[in-house]
Design a protein around this ligand. Structure first.
Ligand SMILES: Cc1cc2nc3c(=O)[nH]c(=O)nc-3n(C[C@H](O)[C@H](O)[C@H](O)COP(=O)(O)OP(=O)(O)OC[C@H]3O[C@@H](n4cnc5c(N)ncnc54)[C@H](O)[C@@H]3O)c2cc1C
Ligand code: SF4
Length: 491
C-alpha cells in the first residue's frame, strides 16, 4: 500500500505555493459559489435522467480558486474518511484533474457516489472557513463529483496501488458502501477479500434504494469495477447465515469477517389498513423500480403506477419514493409528514427538487387509517392534523394531534417510509454476538470490533439508518483495526 503524504507535506510542494501566491485571498473570497446546472423540472419529472448535471471545466476551475488552501483545513475534520480536501481541490485549480481523482481515491472507494449523495452541507462544507466569514462554503461535493466524473469519462481510471498478497482470506458480509470501503482498504493492504452479497447485484442501497435520477447505476458499477481490478472477489445470491454459516466461513479459512449487512428491514406504523393492496414499504417500491427496472415496458417485475400517491415520511427515502411516483405518472404525489418542513431529515436539495417537480407537501399531518374498496385495494387515507409541542428526546419539537381535525383524502397507492431497522439475520445467526436493544451490533467505537474476536461490523447494521459516508468511514476504521490485530497475531 502506498504511503500517503501528509497534508502539510503536500501543502509545501512548490506548485501549491505558487498557486497560493498567484491570487490574493481577497480575490478568492470575492468569487461567488458556483451553481450546479440542473435539468428543467417539467422535463425531468417525466424521465429517469440525472437531475444534477455536474460542473463544466470552467465552473470547476473557478470554484477551485475559491479554496484558500488553509494551513489547518477545517473542512477535513468534517469528512468521515479524511479526504485531503485542499489537495484535490488545488489539483483541480492547476488543471490536473486526474491527479485530483487519484488523491480522492487514496481515502475513498466511491468518490463519484459521495460527490452525489453525501450531505456535504452537514459535513465538510459546514466546516469550510468561508462559513466563518459568513460566505457560502467552497462547493467541495460538486468538485469531488467533477474530478471523479472527469476520470471516469477520460477512460484513464487509475487503480490504487495494492501491497503484494499476504495470503490471508477476509470475508465481507454485504456489498453496500460500508462493505465496499472496507474491501478496498483491505485489498490495498494485500489481503484476499471476498464480499458475500444476498442480492443478485452489488452495491446495497446505492443500487436498490437511491434512484437513477440521483445516482445512476452505471456510475456505481464503474466504482465497483475498480475494486474488482484491485482483486476483490464478489459472490452474489449468497445469504450469510442461511446459504453459508459463520462456521462455514471459518472452515473455508477466513481469518476475519466484516459485517456490513445494513438496515434493510422497513418499519411500519401498525395502523388499520396497512395491509391493504397498494400500501407498501418504500424499500419494496424502490427495489422494484431501481433494482428490477419495473417501470420499463419489457421488465418481468411489475409495479403499480398510482395516480394519487401518498408517501409517508420526511427523510431521503421518502423524497426518493415520491419523486419516483411522479416519474411513474402520478398526477398527485404527496408527502405526508407529521412535523413541519423545518424538522424534515431529508437533504434541503431533495426537498427543493421535489417541490419543483410538483410534489405536494402535507406537513403536520399523520395517517391514522387507510380505507379500502370491496377488493381490498386502498382508496382513502385518514389524516390527523398535528401541531408542534415541546421538544422531545431528539431535540425536535414533538408533534401533537389537533383534536377533532381529521381529513380524508383519496389515494390509490401509499408508500410507507417511516424508517428502517437493522437486518436481523446476522445478529441471529452468529452465536455470541452482542446486540443492542435496537437490534444493532455492538462494536468498539475506535476499532469496530464486536464481542466475537474475529468479527468487526460497520455501517447501518451498527448505526441504524445513517449515511453513505459514515458507513464508509466505519469500513475504513474496521480495516485499519483488523489489519493491526492480524499483524499482532502473526508476530
Ligand atoms: C432510498 C434511500 C436513499 C438514501 N439516500 C441517501 C443519501 O442521499 N445520502 C446518504 O448519505 N445516505 C442515504 N441513504 C442511506 C444510505 O444509503 C445508507 O446509510 C448506507 O447505504 C448504509 O450502508 P451499509 O453498507 O451499511 O448498508 P447497505 O447499503 O444497506 O448494504 C447492505 C448490503 O448487505 C446485504 N446483506 C444483508 N444481509 C446479508 C446477509 N445475511 N448476507 C449477505 N448480504 C447481506 C444487503 O443485501 C445489502 O446489499 C439512503 C437510503 C435509502 C434507503
Ligand atoms: S476550509 Fe474551505 S477554504 Fe479552507 S481548505 Fe477547506 S475547502 Fe478550502
Amino acid at each position: 500500500m502506498e504511503t500517503i503524504p501528509t497534508v502539510a507535506e503536500r501543502r509545501a510542494e512548490s506548485w501549491r505555493e505558487e498557486l497560493r501566491q498567484g491570487m490574493k485571498a481577497k480575490e478568492r473570497t470575492a468569487i461567488h459559489r458556483v451553481e450546479m446546472n440542473e435539468l428543467d423540472p417539467d422535463y425531468r419529472s417525466h424521465n429517469n435522467e440525472e437531475v444534477n448535471q455536474g460542473l463544466t471545466e470552467e465552473q470547476a476551475l473557478r470554484e477551485a480558486q475559491r479554496c484558500l488552501d488553509c494551513v489547518t483545513p477545517t473542512c477535513m475534520e468534517g469528512c468521515p474518511v479524511s479526504i485531503q480536501i485542499p489537495s484535490f481541490i488545488k489539483n483541480i485549480e492547476r488543471g490536473n484533474f486526474l491527479e485530483a481523482a487519484r488523491v480522492l481515491k487514496e481515502t475513498s472507494a466511491l468518490p463519484a457516489v459521495c460527490g452525489r449523495v453525501c450531505p456535504q452541507e452537514k459535513q465538510c462544507e459546514s466546516r469550510c472557513v468561508h462559513v466563518k466569514m459568513k460566505k457560502a462554503p467552497v462547493a467541495i461535493g460538486y468538485l469531488e463529483r467533477f474530478a471523479a466524473d472527469y476520470e471516469r469519462e477520460s477512460g484513464q481510471i487509475a487503480v490504487p496501488e495494492c501491497a503484494p498478497s499476504k495470503g490471508i482470506k477476509i470475508a465481507v458480509v454485504g456489498s453496500g458502501p460500508a462493505g465496499l470501503s472496507f474491501a478496498g482498504d483491505m485489498a490495498k493492504r494485500g489481503y484476499d477479500v471476498t464480499v458475500f452479497e444476498a442480492l443478485h447485484e452489488i452495491g446495497g442501497v446505492l443500487k436498490y434504494g437511491i434512484p437513477e435520477f440521483r445516482l445512476p447505476n452505471r456510475i456505481v458499477e464503474v466504482e465497483i469495477d475498480g475494486l474488482r481490478k484491485m482483486g476483490v472477489q464478489f459472490i452474489t445470491n449468497c445469504i450469510v447465515g442461511k446459504t453459508i454459516s459463520y462456521d462455514d466461513l471459518h472452515a473455508d479459512g477466513f481469518r476475519g469477517i466484516f459485517v456490513a449487512s445494513g438496515a434493510g428491514l422497513p418499519n411500519f406504523m401498525n395502523i388499520p389498513g396497512e395491509n391493504l393492496i397498494g400500501v407498501m414499504s418504500s424499500n419494496e417500491y424502490l427495489t422494484r423500480v431501481n433494482l428490477m427496472h419495473a417501470a420499463s415496458t419489457d421488465a418481468d417485475t411489475p409495479v403499480f403506477k398510482g395516480k394519487h400517491v401518498a408517501v409517508i415520511g420526511g427523510g431521503n427515502t421518502a423524497m426518493d419514493s415520491v419523486r419516483t411516483a411522479r416519474r411513474l405518472g402520478a398526477a398527485r404525489a404527496m408527502i405526508v409528514y407529521r412535523r413541519s418542513e423545518e424538522e424534515m431529515p431529508a437533504r434541503i436539495e431533495e426537498v427543493k427538487h421535489a417541490k419543483e417537480e410538483g410534489v405536494e407537501f402535507l406537513t403536520l399531518h399523520n395517517p391514522i387509517e387507510y380505507l379500502g374498496d370491496e377488493n381490498g385495494r386502498v382508496k382513502h387515507m385518514r389524516l390527523q392534523r398535528m401541531e408542534l409541542g415541546e421538544p422531545d428526546a431528539s431535540g425536535r419539537r414533538r408533534p401533537v394531534p389537533v383534536e377533532g381535525a381529521v381529513e380524508t383524502i383519496d389515494v390509490d397507492e401509499v408508500i410507507v417510509s417511516v424508517g428502517v431497522s437493522p437486518n436481523p439475520l446476522i445478529p441471529q445467526a452468529f452465536a455470541g454476538l452482542e446486540i443492542s436493544k435496537r437490534g444493532t451490533i455492538i462494536v468498539g467505537e475506535a476499532d469496530m470490533r464486536s464481542s466475537l474476536a474475529d468479527v468487526y461490523a460497520g455501517g447501518d447494521i451498527v448505526r441504524g439508518g445513517a449515511t453513505v459516508i459514515l458507513a464508509m468511514g466505519d469500513g475504513r476504521r474496521a480495516a485499519a483495526a483488523m489489519d493491526e490485530a492480524l499483524q499482532e497475531h502473526k508476530s
